[in-house]
Ligand binder design. Sequence first.
Ligand SMILES: NC(=O)c1ccc[n+]([C@@H]2O[C@H](COP(=O)([O-])OP(=O)(O)OC[C@H]3O[C@@H](n4cnc5c(N)ncnc54)[C@H](O)[C@@H]3O)[C@@H](O)[C@H]2O)c1
Length: 327
Amino acid sequence: MLRVGVIGLGAIGREHLDIYRNLPGVQLTAVADARFPGSDEFGVPSFGSTDALLGSGLVDAVSLCTPDDIHYQDSLSILEAGVHLLLEKPVSTSAEEAENLVKAAESSGLTVMPGHTLRFEPKYLTAHRLVESGHIGDVVHGYVRRNNKTSVADRVKGRTSVTFFLGIHDIDAVTWVAGRRVTAVQAMETTQRTSDGGQAVAVTANLRLDNGGIIQLEAAWGLPDDFPTDIDARLRLVADRGELSIDIHEQGMRAFGDTLGYPVPVAASMYGKTQGALHEELDAFVRAVRGEIPLPITMREGADAVHVATAIDKAIRTGSVEEVTYR
Ligand SMILES: NC(=O)c1ccc[n+]([C@@H]2O[C@H](COP(=O)([O-])OP(=O)(O)OC[C@H]3O[C@@H](n4cnc5c(N)ncnc54)[C@H](O)[C@@H]3O)[C@@H](O)[C@H]2O)c1
């Protein structure tokens, strides 16, 4: 039995919790959240901080699901304690911290995986394989988009930019699918701000790829809360011998009725067991800890996405084309 814990029991941490409870060979043994020290809500010991959880000696591996801007110190403490780490995206909101985390992960000998969930979404994995196997040729141009609701921005309370919270998914996905690195960016953000005033509602950026291709990125959390789908995401690539596109808008299913929410969730439990991309991500992490599969995504890749996001947010401030510095 691998003893796992979850740190940060907010929106995504609670999903990690449900999934670990259902994974074979895994025992959820502890949780931590600054809001729930000593709580008996979770059926396992609940601590008020990462250090308290680590001090208990109850875990072999953890998911760190705290806000983007405080991943760094806790990640270092987790690795120092010899505990395997699934680190929610983005690995950090600072390029320097991301590089330090790569070094700490590589020297730890532990399994350390950034939680870039699109890597575990079958459509994106298929797109990656189609490009990798040469079916559509070399990517020339395309776009990625991720629109979410205003309530998501409200939850984040200005602590991280929409580039880091949402855009990072697509920065990682499009570079992985295209098999290309981003060398330079230009970007703009809206003057309209999130409700707390802390962040722009939307960011658009142009990404220059290392083969000369270009990608347009749109990251936004401005959809009204009653917009009839949870997330509106697209990826489209035109290559020199073909084209591919992914549309995560309707989730491939539509149902209307005066007693139905919309969309009908397609990642619901399957006969009592969790399923979906996040389930696949955690399952892959656990199998990598056990040495059954190679690590599906490395901290180096997680840090590379941070470097692109950092360049985008810098380009917004300078109004110039910014080169992406990788290390
Ligand atoms: N992979 C995905 O699809 C996905 C989706 C949503 C969020 N995320 C990522 O997951 C992380 C959490 O996001 P969220 O939306 O669940 O946030 P959230 O605000 O809903 O939850 C964060 C939780 O962390 C707790 N917390 C804050 N500081 C803490 C501390 N010092 N120690 C312990 N607990 C602390 C808060 O009390 C809260 O319960 C972020 O990095 C986010 O980018 C990933």
